[in-house]
Design a protein around this ligand. Structure first.
Ligand SMILES: *[C@@H]1O[C@H](CO)[C@@H](O)[C@H](O)[C@H]1NC(C)=O
Ligand SMILES: *[C@@H]1O[C@H](CO)[C@@H](O)[C@H](O)[C@H]1NC(C)=O
Ligand SMILES: CC(=O)N[C@H]1CO[C@H](CO)[C@@H](O)[C@@H]1O
Length: 892
């Protein structure tokens, strides 16, 4: 869902001649007081070789107890009378270094919570994080060291500077450039006396940006800024969401990357403008080390990046405590694992949510929904969920149904359930004024408040609306009741939910969102919690679904998200245009999401706005099957484009693409299982596996990727009229990659580029892999449950291969499970397993390529040969022993 088309047109007319829409709506760093001031401060310091930072640690303040170091930083300047103290804390969580600095503020007024917001970590971190009790501290004159595992962090006192050592080598220096800046508490009246000579006072007590000028800025300037020098790192990733390359760019002389959740409807690719979600986690990788910086802050944030042999990252946030996490490990995978210990891993999704999702704004009535559903069956295209956008509700009042078009929703759910299908429906945080639900939100005191502490009214889809404040713990019980009673009787379990517009999107608000001086539970300003609001909303919804579904895993799609959102929701990249460039940029965007621990991600297949050509739509489906979250969606003004409407040969190509996704579901599910345990990507950038290959170009490859650890390497075609594809596969001397286009294994080894017709989905399979597939067509995943597996085996140069398969009931929160480990060599096929799930698994076929030994007979199943492939049909018992023939050319 996106901004109303009429509104889009209106804004175009208003600003078309002078300004681009985005410039008019969104603040640049220059226009945004705190960013402007911090960039100015940094510039002054860089141009003054004699600059002496006013920030020092007071040596006597250091105390160590229970694995925590406490101390005080003082900001003191001789040119002025400034002297302010900031208490800080240092600890080690797991194997991550944790720093947190606060300000002792005076209570100076009634309404707004005057403290620095320190609860971002409550939302971002998972429960039960353990402090590392092995951490040691050692005090020196002028510094103190923290030692853990093979790490050392040395905190220098004067000026304050933190050096991070990994295996004795310095990898990171914090406040290297002395950009540390904490705008301490002051009033408009005494501001003059509180400014350093290097500081600008731009917009400290007012916001002159057209749309924000009502912002009262009750606490004045309170920003924080800090620089990080990354030693010998020039490959940086993460900090989504931006419609930009996977590898982060140098921002010198350009806009910094901005993290500020907004409903951005007119944007360009190759842009650092903010989007719907924010994950302030940056990863840097070099051949021997990977490093993560997690900036734990939910306020408006900018990130300036200087790329060089040593890169530098300057974080700037509007307010909040100064809190960050540093992770240093050998590999990106280990960084993901540590980050996952802090923020949690993605929930293992209900299997059905990994199928294909059919959405559009809107399916008009129950008849329409059921007709679309039966068309899929008529054309033998599988799908798992059909989606309802805002029009299903009576006048867009969520938790109601349009009485004419959706008179009997239970009937619809039951019909869909017959073929194992789900209904996904949208519930947004804005609630139309004047009906039961919004009135209760108001009367129970659960509404977001304006800067006068009154209920805040703004505009969104239903017209005048109020917003539920899901920071308030009392909102949970209320939300639970709504999900139980209003949304049909709770006998219906095939219900998915879609939380949209939760940035929050406010059509008449500054930068399309809520005013920053609005007030939430705890009297915190919206300014402090903005980027985490979306997470509080979809988590509340998640808990309500757990309450309703009991043992079944809930599925929720969210548009807005923050670090930690991966625990309870999937995300999509918002509202795309039906253009080739958006198809292309969707791949690095989804990869970035995987790098920062949020693997359940996708983009709208076909693009949201406009009408894709048949070629583009076909290519988008072929790319979309790789998105961990695979959904087609379209704007209300776009022509209908369900796959069966496009006509052959396109419909056939799309059908084949969707069916390939279903064949690969065991691989996706196994990859999600691994992600749920270790935070590892489901769509994995190639640099993860070739970090130390010596090939520096591998770090920028953003148009091909591995599917988890399966060995499948894919490269979607994203160019109009393309007739071929070429992979950037390294180490061809050491590794075999077999042609696997359209999921059909060939004994041909990849050498260089090859032709790809419009029917082709280019894929390779790495030698040494075993891929479990389910080859039969069914209407939905639930109906595939008892289908037999096919194992596709590609042997490596030593004649071996191994692989994994995770199996459970596909839907319970805690179910019995089994992990199978396949291994193959010239002696035969072995299957080992762990887990307690006893359901028997059936295998109908094993296809082996790359054997440099001659199998004459097998101990179970029927042996067949097809050119250079070995096929074993209907094997019943494992291990399968190979009897090798006399003519074997055993070169091992
Ligand atoms: C935030 O600060 C308050 C006041 O010092 C303290 O009571 C609370 O525990 C802190 N919360 C977190 C999450 O650190
Ligand atoms: C949905 O289908 C499942 C079987 O696939 C069945 O157990 C369940 O009772 C059905 N639910 C409804 C509400 O029809
Ligand atoms: C993947 C992608 O390109 N997504 C974009 C789709 O279009 C909207 C704007 O209409 C962008 O915000 C998304 O980033």
């Amino acid at each position: 869902m996106q901004l109303h088309s009429n509104l889009v047109v209106l804004i175009f007319i208003l600003v078309n001649s002078c300004l681009a829409v985005k410039d008019y709506l969104f603040k640049s760093c220059e226009q945004n007081g705190f960013c402007h001031r911090n960039r100015h401060y940094a510039k002054e310091i860089e141009s003054d070789p004699n600059f002496k930072s006013p920030y020092n640690v007071i040596p006597e303040s250091i105390s160590i107890s229970g694995g925590t170091l406490k101390g005080t930083v003082v900001k003191e300047s001789v040119e002025t009378d400034i002297r302010v103290e900031f208490p800080f804390e240092i600890g080690v969580l797991g194997n991550s270094f944790h720093f947190k600095l606060d300000e002792n503020r005076e209570h100076n007024q009634q309404l707004v919570n005057y403290r620095r917001y320190n609860e971002t970590s409550n939302w971002a971190f998972t429960d039960g994080i353990l402090s590392n009790t092995e951490a040691k501290f050692s005090k020196h004159k002028g510094s103190v060291d923290v030692l853990y595992k093979t790490h050392k962090v040395s905190i220098q006192f004067n000026p304050v500077k933190l050096s991070v050592f990994y295996k004795t080598k310095e990898v990171l220096v914090i406040n290297d450039k002395q950009f540390l800046n904490i705008e301490h508490q002051r009033s408009k009246e005494n501001n003059e006396d509180n400014l350093l000579p290097q500081e600008s006072d731009f917009n400290m007590f007012l916001d002159n940006f057209a749309d924000s000028k009502n912002d009262r800025l009750p606490l004045g300037p309170e920003s924080i800024g800090l620089d990080f020098s990354l030693k010998q790192f020039s490959n940086l990733y993460g900090i989504p969401e931006h419609a930009d390359s996977m590898s982060l760019k140098d921002t010198k002389g350009k806009e910094p990357y901005r993290l500020f959740n907004v409903d951005i409807f007119e944007y360009e690719t190759d842009s650092r403008l903010p989007m719907y979600g924010s994950i302030p986690f940056l990863m840097a990788v070099r051949p021997d080390v990977a490093l993560g910086i997690f900036w734990v802050n939910s306020a408006d944030t900018y990130i300036d990046i200087t790329k060089d042999k040593d890169s530098s990252v300057h974080w700037i946030s509007e307010n909040g405590v100064l809190e960050f996490i540093i992770i240093v490990e050998e590999s990106p995978k280990q960084v993901n694992e540590e980050y996952g210990k802090l923020t949690g891993n993605t929930q293992l999704p209900i299997l059905s949510s990994l199928g294909y999702h059919q959405c559009r704004w809107n399916y008009n009535d129950i008849k329409d929904v059921l007709e679309v559903s039966s068309k899929f069956d008529e054309f033998e295209i599988p799908y798992d969920a059909i989606w309802l956008d805002i029009e299903y509700a009576d006048k867009k009042k969520y938790f109601t149904w349009d009485p004419e078009n959706f008179a009997d929703p239970g009937h619809m759910l039951k019909e869909l359930n017959r073929t194992g299908r789900n209904l996904a429906m949208i519930i947004d945080p804005h609630l139309k004024t004047g009906y039961e639900v919004s009135e209760q939100v108001i009367s129970k005191g659960l509404a977001m408040r304006n800067n006068d502490n009154q209920v805040y009214y703004g505009h969104c889809w239903p017209g005048e609306s109020v917003w539920i404040d899901t920071l308030d713990p009392k909102s949970q019980a209320f939300w639970n009741d709504l999900h139980k009673t209003f949304m049909i009787s709770d006998e219906y379990k095939n219900l998915f939910l879609w939380n949209d517009m939760n940035e929050p999107s406010v059509f008449n608000g500054p930068e399309t969102s809520a005013p920053k001086d609005n007030i939430h539970y705890g009297n915190w300003e919206h300014r402090s919690i903005h980027n985490v609001f979306g997470l509080t909303y979809h988590e509340t919804t998640f808990n309500s679904l757990v309450d309703r579904l009991h043992t079944q895993r809930p599925f929720i799609l969210t548009r807005s998200y923050f670090a930690g959102s991966q625990r309870t929701a999937a995300m999509w990249t918002g509202d795309n245009m039906s253009k080739w460039e958006y198809l292309k940029i969707s791949i690095p965007m989804v990869l970035t999401s995987n790098i920062v621990g949020m693997p359940f991600a996708g983009a709208d297949v076909g693009g949201f706005f406009g009408n894709p050509s048949k070629e583009l739509l076909t290519r988008w489906y072929q790319a979309g099957i790789w998105y961990p979250f695979f959904r087609a969606h379209a704007h209300i003004d776009s022509r209908r484009r369900e796959p069966y409407l496009i006509g052959d040969p396109y419909t056939s190509y799309i059908r084949d693409a969707i069916r390939l996704r279903y064949k690969l579901l065991p691989v996706f599910y196994t990859s999600f299982y691994e992600a749920s345990l270790t935070g590892t990507p489901v769509l994995k950038p190639v640099f993860y596996d070739y970090q130390s290959s010596g090939d520096s170009q591998i770090y920028d490859v953003e148009d091909e990727f591995f599917l988890g650890n399966s060995g499948i390497l894919a490269k979607p075609i994203t160019d109009e009229g393309a007739t071929g594809v070429s992979f950037k596969t390294p180490n061809l001397e050491k590794e075999n990659f077999y042609h696997f286009t359209n999921g059909v294994i060939s004994d041909k080894i990849y050498q260089d580029g090859f032709k790809a017709e419009l029917s082709d989905i280019p894929m390779l399979l790495k030698g040494g892999s075993v891929v479990p597939m389910k080859a039969r067509y069914r209407r939905s995943t639930r109906l595939m449950k008892h289908d037999p597996y096919t194992l596709v085996v590609a042997l490596n140069k030593n004649g071996g291969a191994s692989g994994e398969l995770y199996v459970d009931d596909g839907e319970s929160l805690s179910s019995e499970f089994k992990v199978l480990f396949f291994s193959i060599d010239k002696h035969g096929v072995r299957v080992d397993s762990t887990g307690d799930c006893d359901s028997p698994l059936e295998f109908e076929k094993i296809i082996i390529v790359g054997a440099n030994f001659d199998i004459e007979s097998v101990s179970s199943g029927k042996l067949a040969k097809d050119s250079n492939k070995v096929i074993i049909n209907n094997p019943k018992e494992f291990p399968i022993k190979f009897e090798l023939g006399p003519s074997r050319h055993d070169e091992l």
